[in-house]
Design a protein around this ligand. Structure first.
Ligand SMILES: Nc1ncnc2c1ncn2[C@@H]1O[C@H](COP(=O)(O)OP(=O)(O)O)[C@@H](O)[C@H]1O
Ligand SMILES: [Mg+2]
Length: 366
């Protein structure tokens, strides 16, 4: 028998049916990444699993126990199944260590000393032992989420559920949280992780669930989902998340927002440091310096430049397109004119190939 068995799970609300007919099994020790467009029932599925939501119909067996049977001891089952939310949900009026002591004292009857010792061990696991006596607000977002993970472990669960554990974090904090989760996988914990971090899904999970419109459309090892998906919907979704787009409609664009979005994209992708830096460099030199400079010089308020990046299989061969077929196309022979521009020669140096596909459309191969 599998650790988790879900059959014909359905959840209806008056105006929405986030789960239509969900079927899946999960074996002990598996790490499942759940990916898919937003609004397709991923959170609802996770919340039905530990019965934060009551399914409309269908069955959920966890460790052989029917989660929908009114006789089932749900608090006991939830001890087997920790949950980590997007927004940490720590108690801010309790010290970090106290956040981890409460449930074991209440529910397992541990003494204060026992709970304290155990909490320190858990903090060690997530690399935050030295923050035990801090207040949660004194920690960074990434650190708070690591405390939340430690708290999820406090009842010694067999299963840990995560609902977008990194989506509220700044890009630079995402990897510290993901590496803690990856470390837990190595300890044999069974985990289901709703995530939009494709790199994590690819590198850290044993199987990936692709959810769409309330159903599990495709489940398989990461190579299948990311390289050889069986269904068109999976293919299209993976393609979409592999692509990044940005439009410059002002000569004073929001550069920090642009950088954050590009950073997040590079991180989500299976991109090495070299490719990521090259993408950033092309955007910076070719778009922000060169095209923006020209727009400013010729007095164009909305340069209408579109930048898109498409990642090839496995993150090699990034294709970065810069489309300035708007007002800047009027600037005669922009690419010839600036042929010896320093920005462009730097860009040429880091790219495998730079081509003018048509007037106003340049392709940089990285
Ligand atoms: N408590 C609720 N009441 C009504 N509709 C809900 C509720 N929870 C979720 N939904 C709806 O169900 C759909 C799927 O939601 P959700 O499971 O959160 O998707 P995902 O996590 O994949 O983004 C959404 O359209 C959402 O509006
Ligand atoms: Mg969700």
């Amino acid at each position: 028998m599998s650790l988790i068995e879900v059959e014909h799970l359905r959840k209806e609300y008056p105006n929405a049916t986030p789960l239509k007919d969900f079927n899946a099994t999960v074996e002990a020790g598996e790490v499942i990444s759940i990916i898919g467009p937003s609004g397709t029932g991923k959170s609802t599925f996770i919340r039905c699993l530990n019965r934060l939501e009551t399914p409309t119909s269908g069955t959920i067996l966890v460790d052989g126990v029917d989660m929908c049977d009114p006789a089932t001891d749900l608090p006991k089952m939830r001890q087997k199944m920790g949950m980590v939310f997007q927004n940490y949900a720590l108690f801010n009026h309790k010290l970090v260590v106290e956040n981890l002591m409460m449930a074991p004292m209440d529910k397992l009857g541990l003494s204060k000393q026992e709970a304290y010792d155990r909490a320190l061990g858990l903090l060690e696991t997530v690399g935050l032992r030295d923050k035990a006596l801090n207040w949660p607000q004194e920690l960074s977002g990434g650190q708070r989420q690591r405390v939340a993970i430690a708290r999820g472990l406090a009842m010694d669960p067999k299963i840990l559920l995560f609902d977008e554990p990194t989506s509220a974090l700044d890009p630079q904090m995402v990897s510290e949280v993901l590496s803690v989760i990856t470390g837990l996988a190595e300890r044999g914990l069974t985990m289901l992780v709703v995530t939009h971090e494709m790199r994590f899904a690819r590198d850290a999970s044993s199987r990936v669930f692709y959810m769409d419109r309330g159903e599990l459309w495709e489940a398989g090892p990461p190579e299948q989902i990311f390289e050889h998906p069986l269904r068109q919907e999976t293919h299209d979704f993976v393609f979409r998340v592999r692509n990044w787009e940005w439009e410059m409609h002002s000569i004073t664009p929001d550069i920090p927002a642009l950088q954050a979005s590009l950073d997040a994209y590079c991180q989500r992708q299976f991109m090495g440091r070299h490719a990521a830096n090259s993408c950033k460099l092309v955007v910076e030199e070719a778009v922000l310096n060169l095209l923006r400079g020209i727009a400013r010089k010729v007095g164009v308020a909305d340069p209408n430049v579109k930048v898109s990046i498409a990642a090839g299989e496995g993150g090699v061969d990034m294709e970065l397109l810069v489309d300035y077929r708007g007002p800047l196309l009027e600037v005669p022979n922009l690419f010839d004119m600036v042929d010896d521009d320093l920005s462009l020669s730097i860009v040429r140096g880091v790219c495998k190939k730079v081509e003018l596909l048509e007037p106003g459309l340049v392709r940089f191969m990285i």
